[in-house]
Design a protein around this ligand. Structure first.
Ligand SMILES: Nc1ncnc2c1ncn2[C@@H]1O[C@H](COP(=O)(O)OP(=O)(O)OP(=O)(O)O)[C@@H](O)[C@H]1O
Ligand SMILES: [Mg+2]
Length: 248
C-alpha cells in the first residue's frame, strides 16, 4: 500500500504545488514509486511538469466523474502524473446529488495503491468537495504555511476541517506535519512567524525544516523542471532533501 499524502492549505500561493513537484521528484530519485495527482482545476502541477492541460484527452476529472474510467497517468521525469485541467471545476456541481461523493477519489485510488510507494495529492486552495475528497483518500496530510501573517492566521479553519474529516469520514487520517514555506530570514516578520509556527504548532504536530524563498523556484516552474534539475546547487534543494528524509 502506498502512503497517500494530501498537500493542502486553503490559502492560495503558499507553495503547495511546488512542494508536490519537488518532494515527488526527490522521493522518485530515491527509487520510490511515486504517483502525483493534480487535483486542482488551475492545473498548476500539470503545467509545472511541462504538460499542456488542454492537450490531455483524459484527466482526473474523467475518473472522478465516472469511476469506470481508469485513472490516466503519464510518465514525467521519473514520476507518474495524473493531469488536470479547468474542467475539474465542474465536478463539485456534477457530483452535488451523488451519494458518497466525498469518497470518489478514495475509491479510484484503492485498486492502484499497491503499485506505488507514495501518492501525493496536490490540492486546490479551498476547503470544498475536491479537498474533502483528498482528505478522505489520504492517510496523511502535509500543510505548507507561508511565513506571512495572512497565511499563518488562516490555519485554524484548516486544522478544524482536518479534525472533522478524521473524526467523521476517514479515521486513518493523520497530520504528517507542517512545512513553513518561502522563508526569507532577512525579513524579521518571516522569522517571527517561522518561530511561532515552530513553537505553537510544534506542540500538536511535527514542524518540518523551513523552505527558503528562492527565485530559482519560480524560474524552475517556468522551465517546467523540478528544482533539483533546474538548479541542483540551489540551497532549497537541501531544504527539500531534509524534508524528504524526515518523511521517510
Ligand atoms: N520557496 C519558494 N521561493 C520562491 N518562490 C516560490 C517558492 N515556492 C513556490 N514559489 C512560487 O510561488 C508561487 C506559488 O507557488 P505554488 O503554485 O507552488 O503555490 P500553491 O500553494 O500551489 O498555489 P495555489 O494555492 O494557487 O495552488 C509560484 O510562482 C511558485 O513558483
Ligand atoms: Mg497549487
Amino acid at each position: 500500500m502506498a502512503r497517500t499524502i494530501a498537500i493542502t492549505n486553503q490559502a492560495g500561493g503558499v507553495g503547495k504545488t511546488t512542494l508536490v513537484r519537488d518532494i515527488g521528484y526527490e522521493l522518485a530519485s530515491r527509487d520510490k514509486r511515486v504517483l502525483l495527482i493534480d487535483l486542482d482545476p488551475q492545473a498548476s502541477l500539470t503545467i509545472f511538469l511541462g504538460l499542456d492541460p488542454w492537450q490531455q484527452e483524459k484527466t482526473i476529472y474523467h475518473s472522478l466523474k465516472d469511476e469506470s474510467v481508469s485513472l490516466p497517468s503519464l510518465e514525467v521525469f521519473n514520476l507518474k502524473l495524473v493531469p488536470s485541467n479547468l474542467k475539474l471545476a465542474e465536478i463539485e456541481m456534477e457530483l452535488a446529488t451523488v451519494l458518497l461523493r466525498e469518497f470518489r477519489l478514495r475509491e479510484i485510488l484503492n485498486p492502484i495503491s499497491d503499485n506505488y510507494d507514495f501518492i501525493l495529492i496536490d490540492c486546490p486552495p479551498s476547503l470544498g468537495l475536491i479537498v474533502i475528497n483528498a482528505l478522505c483518500a489520504a492517510d496523511e496530510v502535509l500543510i505548507p504555511i507561508q511565513c506571512e501573517f495572512k497565511s499563518w492566521m488562516g490555519t485554524d479553519g484548516l486544522f478544524d476541517t482536518i479534525a472533522k474529516v478524521a473524526k467523521q469520514a476517514n479515521k486513518r487520517l493523520k497530520i504528517l506535519g507542517v512545512i513553513p514555506t518561502m522563508l526569507d530570514s532577512r525579513t524579521s516578520l518571516h522569522t517571527k512567524i517561522a518561530d511561532q509556527i515552530r513553537t505553537q504548532l510544534g506542540q500538536v504536530t511535527q514542524v518540518f525544516p523551513p523552505i527558503r524563498r528562492t527565485i530559482a523556484c519560480a524560474d524552475a516552474s517556468v522551465k517546467s523542471l523540478p528544482i533539483q534539475l533546474y538548479d541542483p546547487k540551489a540551497e532549497i534543494v537541501n531544504d527539500i532533501k531534509r524534508i524528504v528524509e524526515a518523511i521517510l
